[in-house]
Design a protein. Structure first.
Length: 326
């Protein structure tokens, strides 16, 4: 019975030794091995063998790129404004031995170094430069942190300013400025739109006036051509048919009332041909014309001498009348 118990104890010790001798390291992890309290080697990912109770494996170190977000820290700018800036840091452990033995807590060290560097960089810039120069600030922080953390076995890949919070009074002033800029741009765009609309309206009116004038010109030309054609046809018909002078005289008489129809026609001139036309009309309606071609006028009565005035006896005896006066 005692032999069985001893055998079980020996088996448990062997299993325990085997378990402590075999170490499995995951991918992208690394473990430092200390033999009798001194650094011996670094375990690679996979199956590793160590000497139990002689070698001690420290806590595994993550070799992947890590992201750390730091709390907002107050920073004073060059123009004496306090802004709160929180940063995001991307770093990676490249040397597990240096990360474990060169610095006690590399994460805390990186945080403090980031805050110190950020205050140095922001302190040389004003608020406007801080808000508009994030790329410049990021590149400066990355260069300084990468150089300082290189001896710790850490590579800083990227530094980003996640937020920059200026004071409340500065925020209100910035909002007013942005509102004024937006109103200015809106007014400029409105004025530009009105200007373009007026230009287009003027161009449209110009084109419309040109087209209207062109249409009126063509219409006038067509009317003139039509009138010319009509007049030519009338004159051709008149000369071709050889009308009687009586007809022409009658047409003259029909045209006279139309000349006098206008409201402002208070004075109008009768052409000389009208006299001939009237003569022809008179002849047509039975008037007598002399042999010389002129109308015979009735004979004028001979003018008789006026009787001399007779004076009354009283008027003849007035002393103021000279003798022999009529």
């Amino acid at each position: 019975m005692a032999d069985v118990i001893v055998g079980v104890i020996v088996a448990l010790v062997v299993v325990l030794i085997a378990l402590r001798a075999v170490r499995i390291v995951p991918q992208a992890r690394a473990g430092n091995v200390e033999r009798l309290g001194r650094y011996y080697r670094t375990l690679e990912p996979g199956l590793n063998l160590v000497i139990p109770f002689v070698d001690r494996v420290r806590r595994l170190i993550d070799l992947r790129e890590q992201v750390v977000s730091f709390e907002p820290r107050p920073v004073i700018t060059e123009d004496n404004l306090v802004v709160h800036i929180d940063t995001v840091l991307y770093f990676q452990v490249t040397d597990p031995r240096a990360a474990a033995y060169e610095i006690a807590n590399y994460l805390q060290a990186i945080e403090q170094l980031t805050v110190t560097t950020l205050r140095n960089v922001i302190g040389s810039m004003d608020l406007e430069g801080t808000l508009t120069s994030r790329e410049h600030i990021n590149s400066q922080l990355r260069g300084i942190l990468d150089e300082a953390s290189g001896k710790w076995g850490i590579r800083v890949n990227r530094v980003e300013l996640k937020a920059i919070d200026p004071p409340e009074s500065v925020k209100q002033s910035m909002e007013k400025q942005m509102r004024a800029d937006r109103e200015k741009r809106a007014a400029i765009l409105t004025a530009e739109g009105v200007r373009q609309a007026r230009i287009l309206t003027a161009e449209g009116e110009k084109q419309g006036a040109i087209l209207t004038a062109e249409g009126e010109r063509q219409a006038a030309m067509l009317r003139a051509e039509g009138q010319a054609t009509a007049i030519d046809s009338v004159f051709s018909a008149v000369h071709r048919n050889d009308p009687d002078p009586k007809l022409l005289a009658y047409q003259y008489l029909q045209a006279l009332p139309q000349i006098a129809q206008g409201e402002g026609n208070t004075f109008w001139v009768i052409p000389g041909e009208v006299t001939s036309a009237l003569r022809e009309v008179t002849r047509a309606f039975g008037g007598q014309v002399g042999q010389t071609g002129e109308e015979e006028r009735p004979p004028e009565r001979p003018q008789q001498p006026l009787p001399e005035p007779r004076l009354s006896p009283d008027e003849g005896a007035r002393p103021d009348r000279p003798p022999g006066a009529a």
